[in-house]
Design a protein around this ligand. Structure first.
Ligand code: NAD
Length: 392
């Protein structure tokens, strides 16, 4: 069976890789550049690391900071309208997934007509047909992998949806762990578990391949080993480097293999309760994996080993049980509540969460175990109770 693998054309990775920015910008015939970032990153001076060298090199830059975490559709509409009204030659996204997703959207939809809403995956009617402005994506979190995916996620009233097309891929991704040192522990934990979830879900995805398996397992190794240190001591250079590579590899893996049940159930939590994407994934990861364990025992044994444990003297079944337990322990160790109750979500919300999660058919289709409405409810209930349950 042949497999299609798509990567963003150019990536720079590693400590100090931001030094390649000017050379890369010079490849495009750009004079006026829009830098899209969030206001906090501007306040702490991270944006200067991009804008100062560009200005010194003679580029005209404008900084756009109307970016919020988990951006709602309206923020996307506003930015796209802005890029249509003002003629930019290039866009550079600096930030977490929220800023990067908006950058991709702006770059492509700047040259299209109609509302962003009309390009949404679940309900949209319009097709993307043009590549748009050149874009460079520079992540400042080690989490989403947005710098190497063709997806832009937007929050809707009660759930999330995506705009997706290969034209949303970055022309250049610059993944410099030095930019992540200022991340506070809570964001390091949430974004790190997001990246781990990408790797785990890619590895068990029905669309997993030899290439994505290699990417996913190495991401699991790096993240599982580094995340506790990155959270407890953000200055630890090696932990930041490992998290950065881990999230980059996990991004490449899930872009090609896809994510599944955890993300399908996380979107409504993010949409309805405005909980950070990484936290929504974290509060579901052990419960989804526990529920579907029987459908991917062998793969969970591999994940257990990649997490740094040894399954040598264990049956496949026992290793898969331990894998679920270790995923739960990891979430708890980085101080993320491991139950929906911990996020003040009440039991009466489980029905409406289930109703929205059922709609995420694109994601659910990749689960190694089919997840029907009653399964989805059972997983939310397990997370609510903080107790792993299996499919009966
Ligand atoms: P984020 O971009 O929302 O940022 C979270 C917080 O961290 C913000 O307050 C931000 O100011 C702060 N922050 C970012 N970098 C920092 C730094 N270096 N130092 C200090 N503070 C910093 O968080 P995220 O988890 O990276 O992105 C979440 C968004 O990405 C969600 O909308 C999610 O749905 C989306 N997402 C997209 C993809 C994709 O493939 N496109 C994949 C997963 C998630």
């Amino acid at each position: 069976m042949s497999e299609k693998i798509t990567f963003a054309p150019i990536s720079y990775t590693g400590w100090g890789s931001l030094s390649h920015l000017l050379d890369e910008v010079a490849r495009f015939d750009a004079k006026k550049i829009l830098v899209i970032t969030d206001p906090f990153l501007k306040d702490i001076g991270l944006t200067n690391k991009i804008v100062d060298p560009l200005e010194s090199a003679g580029y005209q830059t404008e900084i756009y900071t109307d970016v919020v975490p988990e951006p709602p559709l309206a923020i996307g509409e506003k930015l796209v309208a802005y890029t249509r009204d003002n003629q930019f030659d290039m866009v550079i996204g600096l930030g977490g997934g929220s800023a990067l997703d908006l950058t991709k959207l702006a770059a492509v939809l700047a040259v299209h007509e109609g509302k962003v809403e009309e390009y949404l995956n679940l309900t949209g009617t319009k097709q993307i047909s043009k590549k748009g402005l050149p874009k460079i994506l520079i992540p400042t979190t080690s989490g989403t992998g947005s710098e190497v995916t063709n997806i832009s996620v937007l929050s809707l009233e009660t759930t999330k949806d995506v705009v997706t097309h290969d034209y949303l891929l970055a022309d250049v991704a610059i993944v410099d762990p030095a930019l992540t040192v200022s991340l506070p522990p809570k964001v390091t934990a949430a974004t790190g578990i997001d990246a781990l979830t990408h790797a785990v879900e890619s590895y068990i995805s029905k669309n997993a391949s030899t290439v994505t398996d290699a990417l996913a397992l190495q991401a699991i190794r790096l993240i599982s080993n580094a995340i506790r240190t990155a959270v407890s001591n953000g200055e630890d250079k090696q932990a930041r480097i490992d998290m950065s590579y881990g999230s980059y590899l996990a991004g490449l893996a899930f872009f090609n293999a896809g994510v599944a049940g955890v993300h399908a159930l996380a979107y409504p939590i993010g949409g309805q309760f405005h909980i950070a994407h990484g936290d929504s994934n974290a509060v579901l990861l052990p419960y989804v994996m526990g529920y579907i364990r029987q459908s991917c025992e062998k793969r969970m044994k591999d994940i257990y080993d990649a997490m740094g444990f040894s399954s040598t003297n264990l049956s496949q079944e026992e290793a898969s049980y331990r894998c679920v337990a270790e995923l739960k322990r990891l979430v708890e160790d980085v101080n993320i509540p491991s139950s929906l109750k911990g996020f003040n979500i009440t039991e009466d919300a489980l029905e409406s969460l289930t109703k929205d999660a059922v709609e995420q058919k694109r994601l659910l289709a990749r689960s190694p175990m089919p997840l029907l409405k009653e399964d989805i409810y059972a997983i939310y209930k397990a997370s609510f109770d903080g107790k792993i349950v299996e499919k009966q």
